[in-house]
Design a binder for this molecule. Structure first.
Ligand code: FNR
Length: 378
């Protein structure tokens, strides 16, 4: 039995347990995957200043995100098809996040619906919106999220057209899945996953099934996305969303100082510095490379959140030290979920919390609020 000590252990376990088609969907970037790999590498390159003989008793990594108390500066990022990593994946991840005290964000492209998650959790979660060509549908999605009590809308701006991910095409990722023969054979090796899926029988996209035509039989996820998502989305569309949503609004997918300034002018509550985990514009700067400039430009006007490449508490510490108010994890929690279901997500949160707390202490800090660029070797 493997002793799980870090996120990489859970990733290895997930690779063994999750069908290749869905594991690959998570562990991939677009085109040459340079931005995907660079997200992690940029964080790795950042060195920390070790400080000693400072009283580091009584440490706290508690903070807030858009006014909400959180156990540490981490939220679960929206991840499409989470329910294919493990049956009921969105519900299980939301429950783990709720119990740990960090926000969970439900993707538009989820298997479990907004209502499924609301019925199985107690505290409000966040909903991520993709604006579709059919604006009426997007409006109804916002209404459903509102009715379900979602406290924040995370509007994703970096996916007007889909960055090609070669592995999804090679594996035959579609809905329903049309796996290639080798991928099908791989299913036979994943009895735990098959058993879980059989128990719940969830197979469809909960938020869009029955609401958007073609979703039950799409030739490929990529083709369907490109036919449904609105490529004409612009800043006036963001204003349109703002008009239809009277709670907190977070703009996700900002990777440029000029865009960050516009987002701040629009009056959102937070932005997420993100390149979609390297799944969209291959060749874009790593999120960590642009974080500092964006914080300097708008950090005094708007909460600057960060994602891309976080696999450890050290990574979270670096992002916060660079000026991020808070961070999100995508693949890290997905690997935990694929490996061990809800317990795996909890395990990831525990690992990150411990790594963050110890790193903070070894940098001579006791309160996450005091962490800053003085902790970095710049
Ligand atoms: C994503 N991401 C994403 N973002 C979003 O706004 N809506 C979505 O539906 C999805 N779907 C999705 C699926 C998968 C499998 C991954 C890995 C990512 C992007 C996600 O929210 C986040 O920006 C990245 O995952 C952050 O990078 P790391 O933490 O995965 O390195």
């Amino acid at each position: 039995m493997t002793v799980v000590t870090d996120v990489a252990d859970l990733q290895a376990l997930a690779k063994r347990r999750v069908p290749k088609m869905f594991y690959d969907y998570a562990d991939t970037g677009s085109w040459t995957q340079s931005t995907y790999h660079e997200n992690e590498a940029a964080l790795q390159r950042q060195k920390l200043r070790q400080r000693v003989a400072r009283n580091i008793d009584n440490r706290s990594v508690k903070t807030t995100m858009i006014g909400q108390d959180v156990a540490m500066p981490v939220a679960l990022a929206p991840v499409g098809l989470t329910g294919m990593q493990h049956a009921d994946g969105e519900i299980l991840a939301a429950q783990a996040a709720e119990e740990f005290g960090v926000p969970f964000t439900l993707s538009t492209m989820s298997i479990c619906s907004i209502e499924d998650v609301a019925e199985n959790t107690k505290s409000p979660f966040w909903f991520q919106l993709y604006v579709m060509r059919d604006r009426g549908f997007s409006e109804r999605l916002m209404q459903r999220a509102h009715t379900a009590g979602c406290s924040a809308l995370v509007l994703t701006l970096d996916l007007q057209v889909l960055g090609q991910r070669h592995r999804d095409l090679k594996n035959g990722l579609s809905a329903p899945p049309k796996p290639k023969p080798l991928v099908l054979a791989d299913l036979a090796l994943k009895p735990r996953w098959c058993w879980n899926m059989l128990k719940t029988g969830r197979r469809q996209f909960g938020n869009i099934h029955g609401h958007v035509s073609g979703v039950d039989d799409m030739s490929s996820l990529a083709e369907w996305t490109n036919s449904q998502f609105d490529p004409s989305l612009d800043w006036s569309s963001v204003e349109w969303v703002k008009k239809h949503w009277d709670r907190k609004l977070i703009l996700k997918g900002i990777n440029d100082v000029e865009d960050a300034k516009i987002a701040a002018d629009i009056g959102a509550d937070a932005i997420v510095v993100s390149n979609h985990g390297g799944r969209q514009l291959d060749g874009a700067l790593a999120s960590y490379e642009v974080l500092g400039d964006i914080v300097d430009a708008v950090g005094d006007r708007i909460e600057v959140h960060f994602d891309g490449g976080i696999r450890s508490g050290q990574d979270i510490f670096k992002a916060v030290a660079m000026g991020a108010h808070s961070t999100y994890i995508g693949r890290a929690f997905i690997y935990g979920l694929g490996a061990m279901g809800k317990d795996g997500v909890t395990k990831v949160l525990e690992i990150l919390h411990k790594e963050l707390d110890v790193t903070m202490g070894l940098c001579g800090e006791t309160d996450i609020a005091n962490v800053g660029r003085h902790n970095l070797v710049l």
